[in-house]
Design a protein around this ligand. Structure first.
Ligand code: SAM
Length: 452
């Protein structure tokens, strides 16, 4: 929309821009088109637009053939958008974007996020929509210039800080261009900038304990001007050895360390998760016949190399809200690394029953003991990797302690989200899980008909 159209539209719908909602509307059409171009939209992309306002970007997103979910907090603007576009590819949600459940996005095949963000809540929105795990494959934000510089900063610069590192840990950030305040109505007090974020490959950085790393970064930047050795005194006994190992100035400050040096520092303090010993010590378990009768024991490598029938358990753990915990398998697994899977799962060992295995796996993988109910037994097939599987379910009220050597990450998901996700992107999952999920949903009257 041109500036004159924006003014007249606002008058018609009786809106005077609200500062606390960051209502500054873009009136430069060429810039709006350019911004949307940077999202590399292809038809069929599912785009979440935050704060669509009068639809400056929405228009071009729809023209590119994207399906758009636009979240607008201001009811008057949300109603206006519905009328202005009434397009079958557009859904307008009149809610606070900070309350949107981003897990529902897993049900779409290719998800991108775009927004000229309301400035006063931009950092809260960024942290929420960049939270891990995420199905989003590209984020394009227009932000205050200062915030864009912080996100994309390099070490030893004024803008480089804890937020930079937290975001760059999982994303590549590119500062695309500065945007003058004059392209908005009303004109904001500061300039803006457009940044694009792409997810890092999960294997790109050396393994590290993310929780520890983030704690150290927070501590390191808690007093920017202070030497790191003083701030981390309680964590590090031999700072000189650490600074040689990480290759930093022993009197250096937090802002001088690159992301890789921060990771090396955290790994010096506590070794990162390493491959599960059970994968390397050639675990043995029973081989069975087509009726699940035990024939003999064999090594893991022999069983898998020769596709021999064997036994396994899968467990679905629910929280009190009825959501299911899914784990992403560790990068070191010999089968299906980094795929999503049941809450816990594992092979039945020599001289072990299915029930005993289920309790052992729960303890080893999630650190819990809960009462389990049997759901069903699945026959051995190609899709279960020749495993006879007993599927169990249980409920947990407290926290889980996922074993980092076995589990990359994990989260609770509503059942309907898992249905949609498994139908839209079955390749994200270990095939055995898909089989278990179909059986579970059939038994519970759920709808996972789209799964084949
Ligand atoms: N995209 C439009 C444009 O470029 O002209 C408007 C951008 S304006 C900077 C920010 C928009 O976000 C406004 O329409 C405002 O009403 C909306 N907004 C503010 N807070 C919001 C929130 N918490 N959730 C969703 N939308 C919000």
């Amino acid at each position: 929309m041109k500036l004159s159209d924006i003014r007249s539209t606002l008058q018609e719908i009786h809106v005077s821009p609200v500062k606390t909602l960051g209502q500054n509307f873009l009136h430069d059409q060429n810039l709006a088109r350019w911004i949307v171009d940077q999202a590399q939209i292809t038809s069929g992309d599912y785009v979440l637009e935050i704060g669509p306002g009068l639809g400056a970007l929405t228009k071009f997103l729809l023209e590119k053939g994207a399906r758009v979910l636009a979240i607008e907090k201001d009811t008057r603007l949300a109603n206006f958008l519905r009328e202005r576009f009434s397009h079958e590819q557009l859904e307008v949600l009149n809610i606070d974007a900070l309350k949107f459940d981003a897990r529902t996005l897993f049900s779409h095949r290719r998800v991108k996020l775009l927004g000229n963000l309301p400035y006063n809540i931009s950092s809260a929105l960024i942290l929420r929509f960049l939270a891990h795990p995420s199905p989003i494959s590209l984020w394009l934000f227009t932000l205050q210039k200062e915030m864009a510089m912080r996100l994309s900063a390099k070490p030893s610069t004024h803008d480089y800080g804890g937020l930079t590192l937290r975001i760059q840990l999982r994303h590549h950030v590119k500062y695309l261009r500065t945007v003058a305040a004059t392209v908005f109505f009303p004109r904001p007090d500061v300039d803006s900038a457009v940044v694009r974020l792409l997810p890092r490959d999960p294997q790109e950085l050396p393994p590290h304990d993310e929780e520890l790393l983030v704690k150290l970064i927070r501590l390191g930047f808690s007093q920017r001007r202070k030497q790191l050795r003083k701030l981390l005194r309680e964590r590090v006994d031999d700072w000189d050895a650490l600074s040689r190992h990480v290759d930093i100035d022993p009197k250096g400050r937090a802002e001088e360390l690159s992301l890789l040096q921060w990771i090396a520092l955290a790994n010096f303090i506590a070794p990162p998760p390493s491959p599960d010993m059970r994968l390397t010590n050639n675990e043995r378990f029973p081989v069975v016949d087509k009726n699940d009768k035990i024939l003999r024991d064999a090594s893991r490598s022999e069983v898998h190399a020769n596709n021999l029938r064997h036994r396994a358990v899968h467990i679905l753990i629910f929280n009190p809200a009825g959501e299911v915990y899914l784990q992403q398998r560790s990068r070191w697994k010999d089968r299906h690394p980094l795929k999503w899977d049941s809450s816990a799962a594992g092979h039945v060992g020599a001289a072990e029953s299915y029930d005993e295995t289920a309790q052992r796996e729960l303890k080893e993988e999630l650190g819990i003991t809960v009462r389990l109910e049997k759901i069903s037994k699945l026959p051995a097939s190609e899709r279960t990797d020749q495993e006879f599987v007993w599927l169990y379910q249980g409920e947990v009220a407290g926290d889980l302690s996922p074993n980092r050597t076995e589990i990359e990450t994990g989260a609770f998901f509503p059942e309907t989200v898992i249905d949609g996700w498994a139908a839209a992107r079955p390749e994200d999952f270990a095939p055995g899980f898909i089989e278990c999920w179909k059986v579970y949903r059939q038994k519970n009257g759920g709808n996972c008909g789209a799964l084949t």
